[in-house]
Design a protein around this ligand. Structure first.
Ligand SMILES: *Cc1c(COP(=O)(O)O)cnc(C)c1O
Length: 388
């Protein structure tokens, strides 16, 4: 495109636009919602059970328990594992806050292990090194590990599982961004002891509000999850455990059930959008300026398409914003440097790969309803910033 044409062009490209998606599912959503309004059955019940069965099938696991959010999925998994005060749980510093927040909320202490610079996921090599350095006494306190399949790509699980199994840790997959992602043919959430999913509206399978799901392979764990979800009561009004209100609404379950039928199609289009971005960035001669997401595992579901730039990330972001393009920084402050965790004793330099990523990454629009013209416009405007 000629320089002169570029200058006059303007397009809105939001980071995410759920209104377009709603138009394609509106009829079916209104049908199920109306049915629930008529029967006034709002909490748990057959609608939630139907979704649990469908998600268990979709994720290739035996059991699934609908819960109130992805955050509560993490909390209830930790509770079901008996993790609490004095325990240590290993995770990544480069994730949404909830991953570490859940650990602290059950009274345990997170240990942050730095990430792989190519995938932004917890680095199993660094995990092994860090574990070898722990004293026996410290190592004994470690009860679980929470790998996070960030942006929709699975963690390199095999070497992580080796360390986890050798130490008898509980493995809780944070698959909030990764429903349908695969690692060596295994679905996210089917690899560890627990899989935690979120139906927050911006996830690939979003509800019309908050919601979440826990998957589990073990029947006893599944029973415990169901009891903990309703204040630990079993039978009703008899409490062997202290749980919480982690229940999922029938309305949210019904809407997510409708949307699940479309998920594979939407995922395919996200993957096509990613492939088109790759081609366009390459054709524009921008590959030396920006790092594109690296697909290391077989089915990246692109909840986010995150590029990295060495310099001027924030200026690039402002430039794109002025041109009508929505972006986001996931995440500007790694968790080991968050103020609320200052007592844990981490400082700058403790997780250098995550710290660099926090300064260099920027998420571009990738949602399925984007047009090719919009994707081309984004690449064009990135090129414009770099004078290409
Ligand atoms: C969204 C998200 C969560 C929390 O899910 P909510 O449903 O918003 O509570 C947890 N972990 C990760 C990695 C997430 O992206």
């Amino acid at each position: 495109m000629r320089q002169a044409d570029r200058k006059i062009q303007y397009m809105e490209v939001p980071l995410l636009d759920l209104k377009a998606q709603y138009q394609t599912i509106k009829k079916r959503v209104l049908e199920v919602v109306e049915e629930i309004f008529e029967n006034q059955y709002f909490i748990l019940g057959p609608r939630v059970e139907a979704l649990e069965n469908k998600i268990a099938d979709y994720c290739c696991v035996d059991h699934a328990v609908g819960v109130s959010s992805g955050t509560d999925a993490l909390i209830i998994s930790l509770m079901a594992s008996g993790i609490g005060s004095g325990d240590r749980v290993i995770t990544t510093p480069y994730t949404f806050f909830a991953t570490a927040g859940a650990i602290v909320r059950v009274g345990a202490t997170p240990i942050f292990i730095d990430i792989d610079p190519d995938t932004y996921n917890l680095d199993p090599v660094r995990l092994k090194e860090a574990v070898d350095k722990l004293s026996n006494e410290e190592l004994k306190k470690v009860k679980a590990i929470i790998p996070v399949h960030l942006y929709g790509q699975c963690v390199d699980m095999d070497p992580l599982l080796d360390v986890a199994h050798a130490n008898e840790w509980t493995i809780i997959e944070d698959a909030a961004q990764a429903i349908g992602a695969e690692y060596k043919g295994h679905r996210a959430g089917s690899i560890g002891d627990f899989g935690c999913f979120s139906f927050f509206p911006s996830k690939n399978l979003g509800a019309f509000g908050d919601g979440g799901m826990v998957t589990a392979g073990d029947a006893k764990v599944y029973e415990r999850l169901k009891i903990l979800r309703g204040h630990g009561s079993s039978p009703k009004y008899y409490h062997k455990l202290v749980g919480g209100n982690f229940r999922l609404d029938a309305l949210q379950a019904a809407i997510v059930t409708v949307k699940l039928d479309y998920l594979d199609k939407w995922t395919d289009i996200r993957r096509e959008n990613a492939a088109l971005y790759r081609k366009l960035f390459s054709d524009a001669g921008l590959m030396d300026m920006i790092g594109l997401p690296q697909e290391k595992e077989s089915r990246h579901i692109y909840n986010q398409f995150v590029i990295r730039v060495e310099k001027n990330r924030d200026k690039l972001r402002s430039h794109l914003s002025e041109q009508g393009i929505g972006t986001e920084i996931y995440y500007p402050v790694p968790l080991h440097l968050q103020e609320c965790f200052s007592k844990l004793g981490y400082g700058p330099g403790d997780c250098p790969v995550a710290e660099t990523a926090a300064n260099q990454t920027i998420a571009l629009p990738i949602f399925p309803e984007l047009t090719e013209a919009q994707l081309a416009y984004v690449v064009d405007k990135v090129g414009e910033f770099y004078d290409r």
